[in-house]
Design a protein around this ligand. Structure first.
Ligand SMILES: Nc1ncnc2c1ncn2[C@@H]1O[C@H](COP(=O)(O)OP(=O)(O)O)[C@@H](O)[C@H]1O
Ligand SMILES: [Mg+2]
Length: 393
């Protein structure tokens, strides 16, 4: 039997490039090589696509500095820059060079183009953050009609944008903390009005975040008015939209951080919940990646009814942003009132074998390699489902 060819995309242009390398290395070592032919595809920090030996080198942490893959020009485009599935061929853009972009692969002899392309049956984009988890790579794969693991364009984009995500959660009747969203331009023009809006609606401490990012980058906790402007300035470096929200736990206590893994397409299921106990005042960048003081508790210390609530809300959140495949849904629990708020959904959560997402499934009876199988199945299923659509009358 012909093995399914799975392209694993890793690296990428986001701040989570290195996390992606770790996730992808775990996937490579656990994926069932009897079932799948695995094709590594690395994306450098500057956006170049590498395959074969170059990609493997990159996974080991030594990316070839200047392998020049050029998009757009078929003569200059080595097979490595081309992805194909049957008739469809896609040339990834090369953002570092002005004037290039996603150029349709133009050659009189398409057969030759696909000879040189990497043929894949499905792509597993093990990419976190911007350009990986935000719908952009998903759009590229949609254009090429290539099946892929995880959320589609809409689910990815909606799950990435904390402001839009909150609107969708609220529309679905899900509990979120009070928040205000301000635009960088308005902040720059009328800072006084912006902080008045914040103070009219929220009490300190507040959390200030760029709407689109991850890994806690650009996020700060403002304990009082004097800390608000610097916090907004910091977040405004990263996005034109800034989300400011009520700090769960208030002045004296920390929020409890509960996470739940969701798996499936139209009928998703939820894992046992887990809990993170940050070693710092909140789960900031250093607590996530550098500090070892943070603890993972699996399962989370919750009562039966609380567990069921978390699972129900996690599935509802997944549906609210139109997710598919996988997502990790994160909650903030008020330590006193025990009220549970949805914090965010991550459509491509950390995926090393010791990351929360797979560990929660392990605790729920699905091993890491079985999880990879299931995600590939779900990606193929969603692609087949989409194929049923008719695009013209
Ligand atoms: N409203 C809030 N109340 C209390 N803590 C928060 C709040 N928002 C964020 N945090 C803390 O900041 C961390 C990062 O925020 P989050 O919205 O999850 O951003 P990211 O997408 O970067 O993970 C959370 O894990 C939590 O520790
Ligand atoms: Mg988070």
């Amino acid at each position: 039997m012909k093995k399914l060819r799975v392209g694993i995309l890793f690296g990428g242009r986001s701040g989570e490039h290195d996390v992606s390398l770790l996730s992808a290395a775990s996937v490579f070592s656990a994926i069932d090589k009897n079932k799948y032919e695995v094709v590594p595809i690395g994306i450098t920090k500057s956006g170049r696509w590498l395959t074969a030996a170059d990609a493997e080198q990159m996974l080991q942490g030594s990316a070839p500095a200047n392998s020049s893959l050029r998009a757009g020009d078929p003569e200059a485009t080595p097979g490595a820059a081309v992805l194909a599935n049957g008739e469809s061929v896609v040339v990834p853009p090369e953002p570092a060079c002005p004037g290039t972009g996603l150029v349709p692969f133009q050659t009189p002899d398409l057969r030759r183009a696909s000879d040189r392309a990497i043929n894949v049956d499905i792509i597993f984009p093990v990419l976190h953050g911007t350009f990986g988890e935000d719908g952009t790579i998903q759009g590229l794969l949609e254009l090429a009609d290539i099946a892929y693991v995880g959320a589609g364009v809409l689910g990815s984009a909606a799950g990435m944008d904390k402001d839009i995500m909150k609107s969708l959660f609220r529309a679905a009747g899900l509990p979120i903390v009070k928040h205000v969203t301000i635009l960088r331009g308005d902040w720059e023009r009328e800072p006084k009005k912006a902080w008045q809006t914040v103070e009219a609606k929220l009490k300190y401490p507040v959390f200030v975040k760029p709407a689109n990012l991850g890994s806690s980058v650009g996020i700060s906790k403002a304990h009082d008015r004097s800390e608000l402007a610097p916090a907004i300035n910091e977040a405004a470096k990263f996005d034109r939209k800034i989300v400011i929200e009520h700090g769960v736990g208030g002045k004296k206590q920390k929020a409890r951080e509960i996470e739940c893994s969701v798996l499936g397409n139209d009928r998703p299921e939820a894992s046992v919940p887990g809990e993170i106990v940050p070693g710092k005042e909140f789960y900031d960048y250093t607590a996530k990646y550098l500090d070892t003081g943070s603890e993972l508790l699996i399962p989370a210390k919750l009562g039966k009814a609380e567990t069921r609530t978390v699972q129900r809300l996690a599935i509802a959140a997944f549906k609210a942003v139109d997710c598919s495949g996988l997502a990790r849904v994160d909650f903030l629990m008020d330590p006193r009132s025990k009220k549970m708020y949805l914090n965010e959904i991550n459509t491509m959560p950390g995926f090393t074998n010791i990351s929360m997402y797979p560990k929660l499934w392990q605790a729920s009876g699905i091993s890491y390699s079985a999880l990879i199988d299931r995600l590939i199945e779900l990606g193929l299923e969603r692609h087949a489902e989409k194929k049923k659509n008719q695009y013209q009358r």
